[in-house]
Design a protein around this ligand. Structure first.
Ligand SMILES: [Fe+2]
Length: 216
């Protein structure tokens, strides 16, 4: 049976909803939901790990914009960059410029997203950035912003809780009307991206619980 591009596009979005649902039960989300943030050292460790993610996300958005050559994708990348520019520095400021966590697994999994900007198509980049990173950010910041806000004033969490819903949808119109082969590639990068992100989430939860009291 032939599948139309519209049907394939809808499958892409439906699969994303399923990935989002499983992320809602991830260890990182459990930390937020299960009073994990009541302890000051746990909060500091979480923020130290989010700093790593935020620093790498900045590189991803910058690189995508620098490397983009197709007018429609270039415009989408530029618009997104303008909204995200230097947000990692905002978090750094709110964390009183403490060094970010250094952890080999976190470095490896986060830098995978940066590396992919060099090697995949602009359609695939759109999936990784908007359907994986922004969609997970939307879930995380909506849940975490009110919790973290009880302990510290944070513009960084507020901005993302408000903006990432829109960021999740940016550029998705460019993923309509593609060929079957292109959709197959999008399904593959979508699954890989979520798998990487779930690994990040598991590692962050482990770091929050595992680092010594003086760490982070
Ligand atoms: Fe965003």
């Amino acid at each position: 049976m032939m599948c139309s591009p519209i049907a394939e596009f809808e499958v892409l979005l439906k699969r994303n909803d399923e990935f989002v649902e499983s992320y809602k039960n991830s260890p990182m989300m459990q930390l937020i939901k299960n009073s994990g943030m009541e302890k000051e050292p746990f909060r500091q460790r979480l923020l130290g790990a989010i700093q790593v993610l935020s620093d790498y996300f900045q590189k991803v958005v910058l690189l995508r914009s620098v490397l983009s050559e197709t007018p429609a994708f270039k415009a989408a990348a530029s618009m997104h960059l303008k909204e995200e520019f230097c947000h990692n520095e905002q978090l750094m400021k709110e964390r009183n410029h403490q060094l970010a966590t250094w952890d080999p697994i976190l470095e490896a999994t986060c830098s995978w997203f940066v590396w992919k900007m060099f090697t995949i198509s602009e359609e695939e980049q759109t999936v990784l950035i908007h359907l994986v990173l922004e969609a997970s950010g939307n879930v995380f910041f909506q849940a975490a912003a009110p919790v973290i806000h009880d302990y510290m004033g944070t513009e960084y969490f507020k901005i993302h809780a408000e903006a990432d819903q829109e960021h999740e949808k940016m550029g998705l119109n460019l993923l309509q009307d593609l060929s079957k082969k292109q959709y197959e590639k999008l399904f593959a990068i979508q699954a890989q991206g979520w798998s990487m992100f779930l690994a990040i989430s598991e590692r962050i939860a482990a770091l929050v619980h595992l680092l010594p009291e003086s760490g982070g």
